[in-house]
Design a protein around this ligand. Structure first.
Ligand code: NOJ
Length: 768
């Protein structure tokens, strides 16, 4: 034992001398070595050094660099975030492993949510691909780029189910459905961590925001969450659990309270559910300043009590807080906080560092100075082809009247709109180290695609918003360079110019939506309309009689009533990333046949919210096509979503027929095969997503009207047909009962298979 300890201690001290990243030890041996190393270190750490490990410092915001170096050398920092260059992080690691008494490495974190230097589509766009290889691949590349910039950890993926599009952070998640978001969770964690978070080209995934952050009341960011246990277990918790089962090394704790107790001081959430029930073995991290906010929630009278509640609840690391450093020493001395609580948290932090491979080599992602990239933004560091491929897959074709799309590469195309040439916005929020100078706008993409075959004319047509207050709000954070730069002309003048450009063209492609800051943290909206004069612009363009192709850029479902009725084609592009302009042009010109499907329902109006497809059944349901009094509906407008979950068109057509179940009864532990024939009835090859939904006819608790349980994305050549099979077993029928047991109950089930959540073929079977 002693000799292995000595070996490990040697590894810690001499690791800076290692030439390249040492491989992580194999599993069984690894656990022994890890425990021995941590035990040895902890036996030698002072209380202050232990508390130091619990501090996660925001570079710049929390303290200036010279002071930070001193703090690290004094062993008072566990990790930092927001610094993304090897040459900046190297001196900090030097301070930790060369100057601090115990030479414990620090880690470097960042919000790498949908790309690092190459920006991929926002998560909502990635989810629209219904292609888990694409989700995984984009995360893999993000990790490769981030680790090459010395990052060890990312605060991602964001796994909050969002059913209220007023919430600006809807853009950061994978949508409304527990099953689809759970698959995305797995794929992202796998991509980020690779085969091990210890690999030099992996980053540790810290999934967020645990828990239920997507359900903030009224969609207002940071608001409270009140939710029944069944809904929590059935709908909102599964994605976090999927991320953990995929091996995520960390969990970030949400800023909201849950049924009266802030997540940050929630023992049930962090100890009972996360650790005991789910067996989570990684690190928990508070969100930014969350411990200091506990007095504002009104559960702690001051910072001291906040620190005590957080550590006792199970918050290992404190992000951008002063409370742990200021109060934990006194709380331990007075006996109000036990050494056991401190040690538990420290063990997790050291364990996470071990799992990242930092004890084997603290420089495994920082590398040697001679190999630092001379230009971190160099073109050669980008993964453009993968970003373009992901971009194309993330686009959802919502309308295509009279086959307006694809466009011909001929004549004149008027590219119009406040988002047509918006290199910052196309990256979406949380664009990490992405550079807008490197992103391809729609205008650029259309010009590149048209080449000398078609003429492209451009007019801005409108600002995204005309409201100076909104511009001020969105520019608030960008001190050095305002993100929103307004065209000073009047809305009327801009529209007149756009109409003139449109008149000179054969077709209009108009990019409207939201600037990226409108779909971000702290960007909740009270309206889902196109802001400012954008709809007036659309209406003016419509009067030209030219084919009108509306390209949407937005991070949440918008109110598209006018566009649905009046545009010739409507393409949802979310924020498609660095290669967004090329990806969109590929689709508009038909070089790629779109196959994206909505991962979230689009309501008709804000009053309909929440509009998620898998809502619980009720006693007086509204039956479409059969309006009746005293059924659950809004009487002023049609009911049901404008565009349902799972919806999306292609340039070809598909038919689904002949739902066949291999048996009408499912024995316990048995299986049923459900199959349909899917045919490409159109003129060109294309992909579509065949979706399986189930409904429990009668259960001990109220169950959803339907739930997505499986899907297949298939490619069919023009005229080709294929039988698509799904296996239904008990696992797909399980749910949480009133006692929160995950059970299956015998009885009848309805099966639905289709190309979206509404247009389905139906069948049924009985579970014996
Ligand atoms: C606050 C956000 O809620 C969280 O998602 C993010 O990771 C941290 N800030 C750090 O940037």
């Amino acid at each position: 034992m002693l000799s292995s300890l000595a070996l490990l201690a040697g590894l810690v001290c001499s690791s800076s001398a290692l030439a390249g990243p040492a491989p992580a030890p194999a599993d069984g041996k690894n656990a022994l070595m890890k425990n021995a190393l941590i035990a040895d270190l902890m036996s030698r750490m002072t209380l202050d050094e232990k508390i130091g490990q619990l501090r996660l410092i925001s570079i710049g915001e929390d303290m200036p660099q010279p002071q930070l170096l001193k703090e690290i050398a004094a062993g008072r920092v566990g990790g930092t975030f927001n610094s993304v260059r090897r040459q900046d992080n190297r001196p900090m690691q030097d301070a930790a492993v060369k100057q601090s008494r115990l030479k414990i490495p620090i880690f470097f974190a960042y919000d790498v949510v949908h790309g690092h230097r190459t920006i991929f589509p926002i998560s909502l766009g990635l989810a629209s691909s219904w292609d888990m290889e694409t989700v995984e691949q984009s995360a893999r590349i993000s990790a490769i780029e981030a680790s090459a910039d010395s990052l060890d950890v990312t605060f991602a993926p964001m796994l909050d189910i969002s059913r209220d599009p007023r919430w600006g952070r809807t853009s950061e998640g994978f949508g409304e459905d527990p099953y689809l978001v759970s698959l995305c969770a797995r794929a992202s964690v796998k991509g980020l961590q690779g085969t091990s978070p210890a690999n030099a080209d992996s980053v540790m995934a810290v999934i967020k925001h645990f828990a239920l952050y997507g359900a903030v009341e009224g969609g207002r960011d940071y608001n409270t969450v009140d939710m029944s246990p069944i809904r929590m277990y059935q709908d909102y918790l599964p994605p976090y659990r999927a991320g953990i089962e995929a091996g995520a090394g960390g969990v970030m704790i949400a800023l909201n309270s849950i049924n009266g107790v802030p997540a940050t001081s929630n023992r049930w959430l962090l100890r009972d559910l996360l650790r005991k029930d789910w067996g989570f073995k990684g690190i928990t991290v508070s969100d930014h300043g969350a411990i200091d906010e506990l007095p504002l929630h009104g559960v702690a009278k001051d910072g001291r009590e906040a620190a005590r509640l957080a550590i006792q609840a199970g918050v290992d690391m404190s992000m951008h807080d002063s409370a742990y450093l200021a109060y934990l020493p006194g709380l331990v001395k007075s006996g109000e906080v036990s050494m056991r609580d401190i040690d538990g948290a420290v063990r997790e932090v050291l364990g996470a560092k071990y799992d990242m491979g930092l004890f084997q080599d603290p420089y495994r992602r920082i590398g040697a100075a001679e190999q630092d990239p001379p230009d971190v933004d160099a073109e050669s560091r980008l993964h453009r082809a993968a970003a373009r491929a992901a971009g194309r897959k993330s686009l959802v074709l919502l309308e295509n009247r009279g086959k307006t799309l694809p466009l011909k590469k001929a004549g004149t195309v008027a590219v119009i709109g406040p988002l047509a040439d918006a290199p910052v916005d196309i990256m979406g929020s949380w664009s990490a180290a992405g550079k807008s100078q490197q992103s391809v706008t729609l205008l650029q993409g259309m010009r590149d695609a048209a080449g000398d075959k078609a003429r492209v004319v451009y007019a801005r047509g409108a600002n995204v918003t005309d409201d100076a207050g909104v511009v001020g709000y969105l520019n608030f954070m960008n001190w050095d360079k305002p993100e929103i730069v307004q065209d000073q002309r009047s809305p009327g003048d801009m529209i007149a110019e756009a109409v003139e450009a449109a008149r000179s063209a054969d077709v209009i492609v108009v990019a409207v939506g939201e600037s990226r800051g409108m779909s971000h943290e702290a960007s909740s909206r009270t309206s889902l309309s196109l802001p400012g004069s954008q709809e007036t612009l659309l209406k003016a363009l419509r009067t030209t009689g030219k084919p009108l192709v509306v390209v949407l850029m937005n991070g949440r479902p918008l109110d598209l009533n006018w566009a649905k009725e009046n545009a010739d084609a409507l393409l949802e592009t979310w924020y498609a990333g660095t290669e967004g302009g090329h990806a969109i042009a590929d689709v508009l010109f038909g070089d790629y046949n779109p196959a994206g499907k909505l991962p979230i329902s689009f309501p008709r109006s804000i009053g309909q919210i929440p509009t998620y497809y898998n809502h619980p059944r009720i006693g007086r349901p509204f039956v479409p096509g059969k309006p009746a009094n005293y059924t659950s509906q809004y009487f002023e407008e049609p009911n049901g979503p404008l565009y349902p979950f799972g919806y999306g068109l292609s340039y070809t057509d598909f038919s689904v027929s002949g739902l066949t179940l291999s048996s009408r009864t499912l024995p316990r532990n048995g299986r049923i095969d459900a199959s349909v024939t899917v045919k490409n009835t159109g003129q060109r090859d294309g992909e579509t997503v065949v979706q399986l939904y189930l409904q429990d006819v009668a259960a001990s608790v109220v169950r959803p009207v339907k739930e997505l349980k499986d899907f297949r994305k298939i490619m069919l050549r023009a005229g080709e047909e294929r039988v698509v099979h799904f296996t239904i077993d008990e696992e797909k029928l399980k749910f949480f009962n009133a006692a929160l047991e995950y059970v299956v109950e015998p009885g009848d089930f309805n099966v639905q298979v289709g190309l979206d959540s509404e247009a389905v073929q139906e069948g049924s079977f009985t579970l014996r």
